[in-house]
Write a protein that binds this ligand. Structure first.
Ligand code: PDD
Length: 286
């Protein structure tokens, strides 16, 4: 039976309940984080907690807990689920109050966290890659906030799946923003390119690590506007996230990307990423 954390208590998932007037349920009024855990240690914890602070500030919600408390809750969940590789989900909503769009005066935020096993993608799966389709980015203008209100992302990803693809690459004003649940990178004339930080994308923790690894290893990269036209010309396309790491996209809107398998820049970055993880498991990388 899975043990979850809810408002100060660890308890079986089946016994964890929230009031029907929770603003997360009524309005989608909350934020979340997803953190990978490798070898029993939360990966890039400080980065995830910093982004959580930014998300909370972005919705005008005072952080109910500090970094040490978050880290204790996450650590306890990991231990209770036997360590190893996991994916921890953390959610904070504005709490339960009579329904009114405006913020309630005095209300305790709801804090919920759980964990589930995290599976690594075998190299043959990475080599084969996945399909993606481009779709109009119908989301709001604060995609930098990791909000739980994900209806647009849900509809977009579902449309991708109905079209036989694993992910939707979102296009706004003729440029790539990100995926429905991932950031997007391309290799274009040998250069690694991804959309710049800003309100149109979530500043992915995986994205930032990839850019860090590129900078440290002499891989040419640019954070800049990437037109839909350039996306079509790319030699390689990848999607990145905490749960998928780096996944090659080998078919875009029914057309082959590059030679239709994972490309050479992908394998280079994959190996740098796995090396970094290895050092993290050994305690020599943060
Ligand atoms: N989503 N962009 C969007 C819209 C996302 O939902 C995610 C991740 C990312 C990648 O961010 P990171 O590298 O920090 O995971 C980018 C998570 C995994 C989710 O919603 O489950």
């Amino acid at each position: 039976m899975s043990i979850v954390y809810l408002n100060g208590r660890f308890l079986p998932a089946e016994q964890a309940f929230i009031p029907v007037f929770d603003r997360g349920f009524i309005f989608g009024d909350g934020v979340y984080e997803v953190l990978p855990v490798y070898g029993g240690r939360p990966f890039r914890l400080a980065h995830h907690l910093e982004r959580l602070s930014q998300s909370l500030a972005g919705i005008g919600l005072t952080a109910p807990l500090g970094a040490d408390e978050w880290s204790t809750i996450i650590g306890e969940l990991i231990v209770r689920h036997g360590g190893g590789d996991q994916s921890v989900y953390l959610q904070i909503t504005r709490g339960a109050a009579p329904r009114d769009h405006a913020f309630p005066a005095h209300v305790e935020p709801t804090v919920f966290a759980y964990t589930q096993p995290l599976k690594e993608n075998p190299e043959e799966v990475l080599g084969r890659g996945v399909r993606a389709v481009t779709l109009d980015d119908i989301r709001w203008r604060r995609c930098d906030i990791k909000a739980i209100a994900l209806l647009a992302n849900v509809l977009l990803r579902q449309e991708a799946i109905q079209r036989g693809a694993a992910e939707a690459i979102l296009i706004r004003d003729g440029a790539v923003t990100e995926g429905a649940a991932s950031n997007i990178f391309v290799a274009l004339r040998g250069q690694l390119v991804t959309a710049p930080r800003g309100p149109s994308i979530l500043p992915g923790i995986t994205r930032d690590l990839i850019l860090e690894l590129a900078a440290a290893n002499g891989i040419d990269f640019a954070e800049r506007r990437l037109s839909q036209e350039e996306l079509r010309q790319a030699e390689e396309v990848w999607m990145t996230s905490s749960t998928k790491e780096i996944m090659p996209i080998v078919e875009l809107d029914g057309k082959q990307v590059g030679n239709g398998t994972a490309g050479s820049l992908f394998w280079r970055m994959h190996s740098l990423f796995q090396d970094y993880k290895r050092r993290f498991r050994e305690g020599t990388a943060g």
